[in-house]
Write a protein that binds this ligand. Structure first.
Ligand SMILES: [Zn+2]
Ligand SMILES: [Zn+2]
Length: 260
């Protein structure tokens, strides 16, 4: 199946008019850790594996309109890291992801997420094969004791851990196609943070760091633009209804990775 067909099926003919404004990517507070994943990533990595685990009721969307959703994350991560000769293994079906059953809690603190991810991780991340853990949770982030009902995803700073809060994805739109796209773009965005974007482990090679909004990109067409990870994706997705490919990272972010 070619990507153009996938793109046309996912995005063609749809009108993206929802306003998803207040949703957000909640970049973690940087930990003063000497052991940052990104500092080991670009040296001696032969394979990077995405390890996906999901709580019952929070399973990732795998297909829409008969097409394979995970081609989007797969294509974009491999395109991004090809400049570093790091192939990324991305599971596409639930059978190659891990079921966590029903977890004890309804919502999750940063520490809960770190603990769950530690049980799922298969690599020390000090060797040539490394793993990023992606958790799909059937609940919300708890931050400073407050339940964050509009946070789509969280990257634990300095680590190879991403949490996706499925109820926020599910509520992001009334249209199935949009929910599917929001999920894939959120995953790609959060993993972009794990990989050191923007200017958070991988130095910028051009002035595109939107410092006011954290480790984000000032290019509104790039998946690392803060409102794209943030879920205000209507305008961003619109590009795909007119465009010809499913490239999510902008040229500046790709150039940074290449130069790292
Ligand atoms: Zn972000
Ligand atoms: Zn960018």
């Amino acid at each position: 199946m070619d990507l153009k067909r996938l793109h046309n099926t996912l995005f063609g003919g749809l009108l993206w008019v929802v306003c998803l404004t207040q949703l957000s990517c909640r970049k973690d507070v940087p930990a003063a850790s000497p052991d940052r994943f990104v500092d080991y990533l670009y040296e001696h990595t032969t394979t990077l594996e995405l390890i996906i685990a999901y709580e019952q009721g929070a399973d990732p969307y795998t297909s829409f309109g008969g097409f394979d959703n995970w081609r989007i994350t797969d294509y974009n991560l491999n395109q991004l890291l090809s400049a570093q000769n790091i192939p990324v293994k991305v599971p596409h079906v639930l059978d190659s992801m891990k079921s966590l059953g029903v977890l004890a809690q309804n919502n999750y603190t940063r520490q809960n997420i770190i603990d769950i991810a530690a049980d799922v991780q298969r690599y020390s991340n000090k060797d040539s094969v490394k793993g990023i853990v992606l958790l799909f949770l059937n609940g919300y982030l708890i931050k400073d004791g407050v339940i964050e009902t509009r946070v789509l995803g969280l990257t634990i700073d300095g680590s190879a851990v991403v949490a996706i809060f499925k109820p926020v994805i599910s509520a992001s739109s009334s249209k199935e196609a949009e929910k599917n796209m929001v999920e894939q773009s959120t995953v790609t965005h959060e993993i972009g943070h794990v990989l050191g974007l923007v200017n958070n482990g991988v130095p910028t090679t051009s002035p595109h760091h939107d410092q006011a909004n954290g480790a984000h990109c000032s290019n509104a067409s790039c998946v690392m633009y803060w409102k794209n990870g943030a879920g205000e994706v209507a305008q961003y997705i619109d590009r795909f209804t007119r465009g010809q490919d499913i490239t999510l990272f902008g040229e500046q972010c790709m150039a940074d990775i290449k130069a790292k």
